[in-house]
Structure formats: C-alpha cells, structure tokens
Design a protein around this ligand. Sequence first.
Ligand code: PEP
Ligand code: MG
Length: 537
Amino acid sequence: MYVLKGKTVFAGIAIGRVNVLKKERSNVRRYRVENTAEELERLKIALESTDKELEALYEKALKEVGESGAMIFDVHRMMLQDQDYTDSIENIIRGQEVNSEFAVAVTSDNFAEMFSAMDDEYMKARAADIKDISERLISVLKGESGAAEDSEEPVILAAEDLSPSETVQLDKSRILAFVTKYGSSNSHTAILARTMSIPALIGVDFSEEIDGVTAIVDGIRGEIIIEPDAETLAKYRTMQKEEAEKKKLLKEMKGKETVTKSGRKIRLYSNIGGTGDLPAVLENDAEGIGLFRSEFLYLEKEDYPTEEEQFAAYKTVAESMAGKLVVIRTLDIGADKQIDYFGLDKEDNPALGYRAIRICLDRPEVFRTQLRALLRASAYGNIGIMFPMIISVDEVRRSKKYIEEISAELKASGIACGDPEIGVMIETPASVMISEELAKEVDFFSIGTNDLTQYTLAIDRQNLKLDSINDTHHPAILRMIKMVVENGHKHNTWVGICGELGADPELTKTFVEMGIDELSVSPNFILPLRKAIRSLE
Ligand code: PEP
Ligand code: MG
C-alpha cells in the first residue's frame, strides 16, 4: 500500500480498479502531395465533419451535464473555425506541399506551445483544447472514429491528461473517478468532472504500473491510495456508505421544513466556530446559527482581535445567512480555553473559576470592543447576542446595560446598528433554578448541556476517567431542561439546546415533547435531525 498526493477537482470517495489510459498521439506521417488544391479540399471536408462531430458532442453533453458543461464544445467549434488556426494548416499544406494530417499536427504543436507560454491560467489551459480538436481532426482525416477507449467494469481512470471530448464521451456509469498527471483546476475537463460529480484528482504523479490494481481515490484529502490493505479498504467502504447516505439525505431533506406531523415547527440551527464553517452550514441547510463560539476569534490570534477584525467576521456570518438568525455568544474563555495574552492567573479549579461573562464584566474594555463589533454587524443581518455562564439576574442586567449604552453611542455617532435579540446560556444549575426570573430579562435561552452536565453531575467534562459514569441522559439533566422550557415559555422566551445533547437522536422525541423550540447542532447533524423530527407525531 502507498499513497500518491494530488489536487482535488471534485471531492468524494471512489474504490475500484485503476485503468491507465494509454494514449499515444496519433501516429502522423509526413508525405508529399502532388495536388495541393485537392488536399485543401480534403481538409475542408474533414473540417466540416469534425464540426458535425463536435455539434453532436455538444448535444450529448447538453443532455448529460447541462448548458455550462456543454459549452466547451461550442468553444471547440469556434477554435476549429478560427481563421489563424485554419490559415496555419492551409499555409503548411501549400508551402510545404504536404498532407493535411501533418499540417494539422504541426499547427497543433505550435498553437499549444503558444498557449502554454501565456501567463494567464485560463489561456494556458486552452493548450489542451487545441490538442483535443487537432487530434479529432486528424482522426477524421484518417477515417478513424474519435471515440475514446472504454472498459467494461467501472474503473478509476488514470491518464496523463484527459481532453474535454474524451471526458464527456466516457460512459459515466463506467467511471468511478478521474486521476490525471497534468491538467489544471481551471481546465474544462476539471469543470466537466465537477459538473458530472465524479471524484477527480489532478497533478498525481503515478506510474503505468498502477494499471489494473485496486485503489481508493480520496477526493476529500486529495490522494489516491494504491493497493490499500484490508483495514484501509474497510474504513473507506464505511466512509463511502456514509457519504452516499448523506447525499441521499441531502437531496431528500434539503429545502424541507423542520416540522412534526402534527405541525410543530422546530428551529434547526447550526453551531459554528468561525466563518470557515459557513460552507458546511449552507450545504446542510441550517435554518440559522444557534451558537457562534466567538472565543475562537480570540484563540486563533496572538493578541486581542480588534473591533474591525471582529466586525468583519460577524458581518460575514450575518450576511451569508441572509436574514436568518445568527446567535453569537460573547467571549467564553477560561477553563479549558486559555489564552496567553489575557494574562490570567493559574487557578486550582479553572472550570469553576475566572471565565466567560465573569471576565467580560470585570474587563469592560474587552467586553465593549466585542459588543461594539456585534452591534455594528447587527445592521447587516439578523444577529442575536448571547451571554455565557450566567448565574444571576444581575449579570444579565449589567450586560444588557452595556448593550444599551453602546447602541446609544453608535446611534449618536450616526453608525448603523440593529436591534438584536438578547439571550443567555443556561449552563449552570443556578441559571436553571432562576430561569423564571431570567426569562423576564431576555428573548431566548440556549441550554448548554455540556457545562450543565458537568456542573450538575460534578463531573469534569475534560476527565476521560469519568466517562463511564458521565450519564448524559441523567434524569437530573432532563428534568432541568423541562423546567427551563416551562419557565421560558411563561414569559415568551424561546428555548433551545446548543450543547452536544441536542443532536442525540435518542432524545429528539423527548425534547420535542418537552416543548423545546430550537436545536443547534454541528452542521452534519442537521439533515438527519430534520428527518427524525419530520417523522414524529
Ligand atoms: C455547553 O456548555 O453546552 C456549550 C454549548 O458551550 P461550550 O461547549 O462551548 O462550553
Ligand atoms: Mg459551555
């Protein structure tokens, strides 16, 4: 077993036998022609037939991969009719009194070299197109069929390079993946691979010896594993199955409402750590963001992120979610999330120590910078601001006071600012017990079951030794959740769960029955949860 690296053109996993496409350039002989006028006529007819072939390929591609994928054959038709190209061929025939095949081959080499030498990546990629049309034209001149090789069983096709027409002519049901040595992600072959949704890698330096061996194309990591061992094969088969299941689910559940059979709507939101998670959020059709752990903006830096840096990140998320709710949690550091530049003292019990809202209320300059960034970003979408580790009404009132003050300041300076919903995390037993009072203060609750479980069961969430007694379904936790929902609803405060327990499929029914309004989970769990909720009464 060994691994070859490449660049992913289209992600996905394929397992199968490799078929190395041995493509020798059509053998072109040079010979003298007596009658160049006749030769030029032969070329003219061949050009017309090639054009017809390309037209047919366009129609085939249109049906299989749609307009954007088929367009390349229109481009090829234009290149074939290009005056410079045909002039060059005709001049060689006339000037050297040689056969058309040879004149086409020379023109092809000259033009391809010219394109390859260009700085522009797009133009560089056109070298492959010139070779492609020229090969086709030569085949027509020789009276050969332009069809590419095909194999019986579905294979991983490995080639030096694949021309667009070869790509589209291949029987899609027989190709598991493409692997090429050359080509660029801008080439039309790459574009076609993406449109055809076939895992594809380029820039893989393989040897012809891989012909016929079993391999795995891992388009996620950008590698091909040659002759995988049994364990690797089994691992990838499982991944492939999961991927297929996910794709099916995506198709089935995307765009559907998250609603029970009796019509109860549940907000299905996503947890994120930063803007890098947005593609997964959108791909999995999240209805909003229920927890943006803003501390990651601080963790990935060497110094405090500025107001502008934070504003840019919050604005990007708000805009990308296009009016859907984006709940951003204010800084939650301390405990397991330590940041050097904060200069915090070492503590005996950091989980019970100086952390989250306690730091923010103690260091107004840090809190104010974040709140200003959040309030400014709230003018660009639907932002909710959430405070972590709350244990008292006083903490909420003091935090809200900052928001009022900063909003007033911004408005007075003519800086746009929205009117965000305000919420708190319920992750301490204290906040559960005073949830009725807290509900009067805020628009929403989000239950952080990760910390709530650690503080309720007195089990350090970091301590692996205690994993076996860490009962996440403990009745104490479930009763607390129920209590929070009831207290929240008494005062029109909507209630969600953003801890890991929210994605536990064994509890989905229980949560819905308790009256939970929202579940915020990692992007991958959204569609399976939507499916589960839609099957509930
Ligand atoms: C939680 O405690 O459940 C939570 C969602 O916050 P974090 O995991 O970031 O502490
Ligand atoms: Mg927490």
